[in-house]
Write a protein that binds this ligand. Structure first.
Ligand code: SF4
Length: 283
């Protein structure tokens, strides 16, 4: 069957060969209880993250480069993936957090047919999605946790393998923003949408436009502004990416957040940027 699960629509026969996302069957880098997602996601015991290998977007600055591009991980079957859901659940995970899942959507649906977790399912995506894939995922997703990386496609062209990120991501985020918000009394998110944005060096102007866009979404949407950019990945050709963001850049974006009066917002401590936040990918 030819794969058209993501906007790349490369048509690879994933039974036989790798797609443009770099993978054929299911390959995962790691799974564990992650304490550093947004508070209603990690909550008390941690989010049951499953890190999938490969990527259709291929950001130069990817903070998970070892698995997205170097494909460091191990191959598993749908049945074994279903077993990982169960294992994380038994470990006390607050939810199952599928990290960069879309190029495995067909496999994930197969695994869910084998075992449907009783805890919420979080779809943790870069946002470069087709509406068709989102509609299929919506059958099992409880929480959309999506990046919104750029609005300016000049940035998409410069830093990713795709020049049309915003053309797909903006409608995708609007779709995900429709998910009804359900918070448990103690603050755990059971259903909803969180839009994440990582501020990049020299791109605060685009971050401000993203803040404006997110402000136009339903008020049930949470906005998570991340200042943790750390030089990482294949950035040798991009001098500007060799530094963290400056306090001035951060404050410019923060001022926009204040101007639009967000209520549901997570702000990362400006001092928190560090490679310590990037997991060790050894199994
Ligand atoms: S998910 Fe991978 S194989 Fe499928 S269309 Fe996208 S890049 Fe190609």
């Amino acid at each position: 069957m030819n794969c058209n699960q993501c906007p790349v629509s490369c048509g690879a026969d994933r039974e036989k060969s790798n797609g443009a996302c770099g993978v054929k069957g299911i390959k995962i880098a790691k799974y564990y209880l992650h304490p550093f997602e947004e508070p209603p996601i990690s909550f008390n015991k941690g989010s049951g993250c499953i890190f999938f290998c490969g990527c259709s977007l291929k950001c130069a600055f990817c903070q998970n480069y070892d698995l997205s591009r170097n494909l460091r991980g191990k191959e598993i079957t749908e049945r074994e993936l279903a077993g990982v859901f169960k294992e994380l659940e038994d470990m006390g995970a607050e939810n199952i957090n599928l990290v960069n899942p879309t190029h495995y959507l067909r496999h994930i649906r197969g695994a869910i047919e084998i075992y449907r977790p009783k805890i919420p399912i979080v779809y943790n995506t870069h946002g470069y999605e087709t509406e068709e894939a989102l509609r299929l995922a919506d059958e099992f997703v409880d929480v959309w946790l999506t990046d919104l990386k750029f609005i300016d496609n000049a940035l998409s062209k410069r830093y990713t393998a795709r020049a049309d990120y915003a053309d797909y991501a903006l409608p995708a985020v609007k779709f995900m923003a429709q998910k009804p918000l359900k918070m448990r009394e103690d603050g755990k998110m059971l259903s909803g949408c969180i839009v994440r944005h990582l501020i990049l060096p020299l791109a605060a102007y685009d971050s401000v436009n993203i803040v404006k866009f997110v402000a136009s979404l339903p008020k049930t949407v949470y906005f998570s502004l991340m200042s943790q950019y750390t030089p990482f990945g294949d950035i040798s050709g991009f001098k500007e990416l060799n530094r963290r963001i400056t306090k001035r850049e951060y404050e410019k974006v923060l001022a926009a957040v204040e101007e639009y009066g967000f209520k549901n917002v997570f702000l990362q401590d400006f001092e928190s940027a560090s490679q310590d936040y990037i997991p060790n990918w050894d199994f």
